[in-house]
Write a protein that binds this ligand. Structure first.
Ligand SMILES: Cc1ncc(COP(=O)(O)O)c(C=O)c1O
Length: 442
């Protein structure tokens, strides 16, 4: 690596996120180039990206249109403050995003990440109720195994134990629904499961009765639990959440950081499920992950409450130095055009059944105890090796990397997330390498 001498060795200085630093730095996996479906390691080995980066490079790496847009923007205007000033692209992108959502989800607030989008949406929900004179609605309901990023809001409503237990008492007034997935009764479900939604309706109603609706601001869920390992809800579950929350004046926030922009074969999960949440968070594929960006889509009634409820001055005391950053916006406009011009959502809808069969062909491989899928997302559960949670799945990921593909594990689950423009050949290759890796690990 670098010939300069630093006080640390070259790899030590970077404290890597969500990475076992010690193990990684003994055996680093370093990429220096990416093109379309592949990464290239620093020793120039080609590795197929079976995880769309981190669920985000939905159009493939270095899409020429996105690259060109960033280059042009960087040379025209590198930065423009979003507080009290604007640039035309940000309004255009907000319109392009809003147009893809059903109903009155008409207003878009830009952030720099999914975590920030989640914290923004939670703050919008609480402040919205307060502005309407219902300031007692402060509680937030999340879900066990939910992942909503790493801000204090996100980990409070999130439900992944390791992301919470180190960080104190978190936000007060948060409760959690259970994960609507039971491998014992509905394991190996293809797509949405047939589990009984009435059970989960009763649970939500019980939590609402316990706290009283007048204290609850919002329910937040992922349309499917992505980071936990692709746990897919039963048929009718999302519609049930919409119906029950609406009945009690509780906002429904769907976290579409993964499902936004094509993963299910539709512009977003709201469209795919046919529901109209009050707030939707997104990030990642909004601009093909080429520049950090997140966003929240808000219903008209929420935006109007802030605008009309404020006599003068700032209506929402919130924002980021890099909200609507010109480079992120330029990449976003280009990416949104590509989604449309290349018919990406339809392609995903067409190829998803093939992917479903391919993922479920891993049933019966050693240590595989469950498989799930939705759109171009696949999840497997791998049996825990005695006393070493996560070890076997992590070794499978390492083997897959050695055999030529990036896949990902979270604890004892594996997840596969092909780039949305991949064809059958690439899907076959991801599955073949995953199978080989599973077989190679004891
Ligand atoms: C559903 C969901 N919400 C929020 C986030 C956090 O996004 P970021 O890592 O951009 O902060 C993620 C990241 O994977 C996610 O999957």
């Amino acid at each position: 690596m670098s010939e300069t001498t630093f006080k640390n060795d070259d790899l030590a200085a970077f404290w890597m996120p969500f990475t076992p630093n010690r193990a990684f730095k003994q055996n680093p996996r370093l990429f220096h180039r990416a093109e379309k479906f592949h990464f290239y390691t620093t020793d120039n080995r080609r590795v197929l990206d079976g995880f769309s980066g981190l669920w985000c490079v939905n159009l493939g790496h270095g899409h020429p249109k996105v690259v060109e847009a960033i280059r042009d923007q960087a040379s025209t205007m590198d930065y423009c403050p979003a507080f009290g000033f604007g640039h035309p692209g940000s309004y255009k992108l907000a319109n392009m995003v809003a147009d893809q959502f059903p109903g009155d989800l008409n207003h878009v607030f830009f952030t720099n990440s999914g975590s920030e989008a989640v914290d923004t949406a939670l703050k919008m929900a609480i402040a919205y109720h307060r502005m309407r004179g219902e300031g007692t609605r402060m509680r937030l309901i999340g879900r066990v195994q939910g992942y909503h990023g790493v801000g204090f809001g996100g980990i409070s409503v999130g439900g992944m134990v390791n992301n919470r237990k180190f960080f104190g008492s978190l936000l007060p007034g948060v409760d959690h629904l259970s994960l609507p997935y039971n491998p014992e009764t509905h394991g190996y479900s293809r797509g949405l499961s047939d589990a009984d939604v009435a059970h989960y309706r009763k649970e939500l109603e019980t939590i609402i009765t316990l706290h009283d609706a007048s204290t609850i601001a919002a329910v937040i869920v992922e349309p499917f639990a992505g980071s936990a390992g692709v746990f897919v809800p039963p048929k009718g579950y999302m519609q049930m959440l919409r119906e029950v929350t609406a009945k009690h004046g509780i906002l429904l926030i769907t976290d579409e950081v993964i499902t936004g922009f094509g993963r299910l074969g539709a512009p977003n999960a709201a469209t795919w499920f046919g529901i109209e949440p009050d707030l939707v968070t997104m990030a990642k594929a909004i601009n093909n992950a080429a520049v950090p960006m997140g966003a929240v889509a808000a219903q008209k009634k929420i935006y109007d409450t802030f605008i009309e409820g404020t006599k003068a001055g700032v209506e929402f005391f919130h924002g980021y130095t890099y909200s609507a950053h010109p480079l992120a916006v330029a990449a976003g406009i280009a990416a949104q055009e590509v989604f449309r011009e290349e018919g990406v959502y339809q392609h995903v809808a067409d190829i998803a059944p093939y992917f479903e069969d391919a993922v479920h062909s891993l049933k019966g491989e050693p240590h595989v105890t469950d498989i799930r899928n939705l759109g171009l997302a696949g999840g497997l559960t791998i049996a825990v090796r005695d006393g070493m949670p996560g070890a076997r799945a992590a070794e499978i990921v390492q083997k897959a990397y050695e055999f030529g593909a990036v896949i990902r594990n979270n604890g004892d689950t594996l997840a596969l997330a092909p780039i949305l423009t991949m064809g059958r050949g690439e899907i076959d290759e991801i599955i073949d390498i995953t199978r080989k890796a599973i077989r190679a690990v004891a």
